[in-house]
Structure formats: C-alpha cells, structure tokens
Design a protein around this ligand. Structure first.
Ligand code: HEC
Length: 166
C-alpha cells in the first residue's frame, strides 16, 4: 500500500522534473515552512526535507528511546521494528520499519515525521513537528510540537540504522 504511494510520488516528481527541464527551469520546487515557535524548514519537490532541523545529525540511542516512549514517539503502537523486539506490542497499522533505511532517504524520513499529511492528506500517522492545523491539542500542549527539533533528528538517526540484514 505505502510502497505504491511512494512510487506514485516518485513518478509525479519525475514528471515535474521533466516538465521543469523542458520549461528551461533547473531549480527544484522549494516550499518554505515556518510555524510559530518552530525552526523553519524547506520541503523540496513535495517529498523531502533534506536539511537537519538542528543543523546537526541526531543521536541514534536517544532516538530509539523516543521511538518506544508512549508519550513521545510511540511509534511501536503502529509500526513493527524487529530491532526493538525487547519491547512488547508492535502494531501493524503502518508499514514495518525493520528495513526502512534500505529504501528511504533521510530527507523523506524527516518530512514523514514532521508532517506526514504533505505526503498523504488522509494519513492517521501524527504530525510530530507541527503546532498549526492540529485537531487534538489540550491547553497544556498548545504551541508545542509532539517532538522537539532535536528529538526529530534523534529519531531519524535511529531510523538510519534500521536495515533488515543487520
Ligand atoms: C497512529 C499510527 C502511527 C504512529 C503512532 C506512527 N506512524 Fe508512521 N505511519 C503510519 C501509517 C498508517 C503509515 C503509512 C503511510 C500513510 O498512512 O501515510 C506510516 C508511515 C511511516 C513511514 C513510511 C514508511 C514506508 O515504508 O513508506 C515511516 C518512516 C514512519 N511511518 C515512521 C514513524 C515513526 C518513526 C513514528 C514515531 C515517531 C511513527 N511513524 C508513528 C502510522 C503511524
């Protein structure tokens, strides 16, 4: 299901690139986003946030902790990750992430975490780095993203270690 969508996005990007080429334009399509209180970032070609939100790489060990924590990433509620099999109850609502580093680039992972609605408006995966356009939001969470910029980078650093062959 998801693979199909990813491929479709790839085709659209390729078509956009071909069109841009014929039109004589070289530059990728860049969308600048700056929500109040969050670091600004750029979405490139609607599929990727290539640059680190903190300007640095995150820490994979801290990332793993955030992934399992219920009140942080809680990723295991929806995703199976074999490398974290010490933790119980892996969900299957989303695709398994055991081999995610083999087929996803860092920038694609970043957009997926920051705001998955850009990729799939109907997704049930939460946006982890947004403060606008959210539905839940109890008073005490207002203006705060689920994960900080540093935590997003830590989770990405962890995901980059996820290869089935290791
Ligand atoms: C409420 C369920 C839910 C939670 C919680 C969740 N996700 Fe997802 N995730 C999904 C679904 C469903 C998809 C499939 C794509 C879609 O629906 O847009 C997905 C897709 C993904 C993908 C793309 C995988 C692929 O094969 O294309 C990645 C990477 C990902 N999630 C990482 C995470 C991480 C890391 C966390 C925790 C920080 C997380 N997700 C939390 C539901 C969830």
């Amino acid at each position: 299901m998801q693979r199909k969508r990813t491929r479709k996005a790839g085709v659209v990007t390729a078509m956009a690139a071909a069109f841009a080429f014929t039109a004589g334009a070289q530059a990728a399509e860049v969308q600048k986003v700056h929500e109040k209180g969050l670091k600004p970032y750029e979405i490139v070609d609607g599929v990727s946030i290539p640059k680190s939100l903190t300007g640095k790489a995150g820490d994979p060990k801290r990332g793993a902790k955030i992934v399992v924590k219920r009140k942080k990433g809680n990723c295991l509620a929806c995703h199976k990750i074999n490398q974290l099999s010490d933790y119980p109850f892996h969900g299957n609502i989303g695709p398994e992430l055991t081999d995610v580093a083999s087929y996803m680039k860092e920038g694609e992972m970043r957009l997926r975490l920051v705001n998955p609605k850009v990729l799939n408006p109907d997704t049930i995966m939460p946006a982890f780095y947004r403060v606008e356009g959210l539905h839940r939001v109890m008073k005490k969470y207002e203006g705060k993203p689920v994960l900080t910029d540093q935590e997003i980078e830590d989770v990405i650093a962890f995901m980059k270690t996820l290869k089935a062959s290791q």
